[in-house]
Design a protein around this ligand. Structure first.
Ligand SMILES: [Fe+2]
Ligand SMILES: [Fe+2]
Length: 299
């Protein structure tokens, strides 16, 4: 019996003032991974007639407030073409998602490979990798069922992205910034479309709910890892992290990087020099915390 999540989980967000609370977060994330996880071929009823993917299904048509959906050109297309374009977009997002997660898994394994015995991160990173394997299978199965020639990332981006799995060998902190750079924006977009009721097809809805539920844990781990590690970094390494972060995020996603930027501000990684890099990539906005302090002062 399929058991898609019924409600959207929120990430665990706690302060990690000391090592004990950091270990407590990892314990809870481990337990949650054991208690609530989904398997691509056990929990999704792929062959249920209601879950059939038909490229001409009007449920794939883009909503009128979509940037492409609102154009006169799109609206002048026959209904089947509108549906096919909509489905192509969903499948392309899943293909890019599974490519990103493939890089992510290789990076997580490179990180775990070098962890000494007894390190608490090892088990959680293996839980996360297992979950990402199921995400990759469910995304690819969906893509296959569209029977469309879905390419995914542009070749040039795919080529640069091959460096990502090696980032943990240089800096594990930088690697988890990369993780958040991919997972935070995807999570934001998926939550928004689910809450807005724009997902009409039950297969897409099931896949998205499973994904959001498990990504909440991955995002929690990455955030807490950074909160635990960045304050103790060597000043020089921290400065390099501060410069590299806006470059990586600028290449990966030009929207919805606000949460990571606020985290970096909270960890004192942002300085006047790298602030210019954020601005150069067009991804700067005053961090929330400071905005609140300033508006409190102004009041
Ligand atoms: Fe995932
Ligand atoms: Fe993830």
């Amino acid at each position: 019996m399929p058991k898609a999540p019924t409600e959207l989980a929120d990430e665990v967000r706690e302060q990690v003032k000391d090592k004990k609370s950091y270990l407590g977060v990892i314990d809870r994330l481990n337990k949650a991974s054991v208690d609530k996880h989904w398997e691509a071929y056990a929990d999704i009823p792929w062959d249920d007639p209601e879950f059939t993917v038909d490229k001409n299904d009007p449920r794939w048509v883009l909503p009128p407030f979509d940037r492409l959906g609102e154009t006169a050109w799109y609206q002048s297309q026959p209904p089947e073409i509108q549906a096919q374009i909509g489905l192509w977009r969903v499948a392309t997002a899943m293909k890019i998602g599974l490519q990103f997660e493939n890089l992510l898994k290789r990076g997580l394994l490179n990180y775990a490979y070098r962890l000494p015995n007894g390190r608490p991160e090892f088990r959680y990173v293996y839980h996360e990798t297992t979950e990402e394997c199921h995400h990759g299978m469910m995304f690819q199965e969906f893509v296959n069922r569209t029977k469309m020639p879905i390419r995914g990332m542009p070749r040039s981006l795919s080529l640069i992205a091959q460096a990502a799995p090696w980032i943990p060998l240089v800096s594990t902190e930088m690697f988890f910034v990369f993780v958040l750079g991919g997972e935070d924006p995807i999570d934001y977009v998926q939550r928004k479309s689910l809450k807005g009721g724009h997902i009409k097809h039950p297969l897409e809805e099931t896949i998205m709910k499973i994904h959001i539920a498990e990504e909440a844990r991955h995002i929690s781990f990455a955030r807490h890892y950074l909160k635990h590690r960045v304050p103790n970094m060597h000043p020089m390494r921290r400065r390099i992290l501060g410069l590299a972060t806006p470059v990586v995020l600028g290449v990966m996603a030009s929207n919805s990087v606000g949460k990571i930027r606020d985290l970096m501000a909270e960890l004192n990684v942002i300085d006047p020099v790298n602030k210019r890099v954020w601005k150069a990539f067009g991804i700067w906005d005053e961090p929330k915390q400071r905005r609140t302090v300033e508006s409190a002062k102004a009041a």
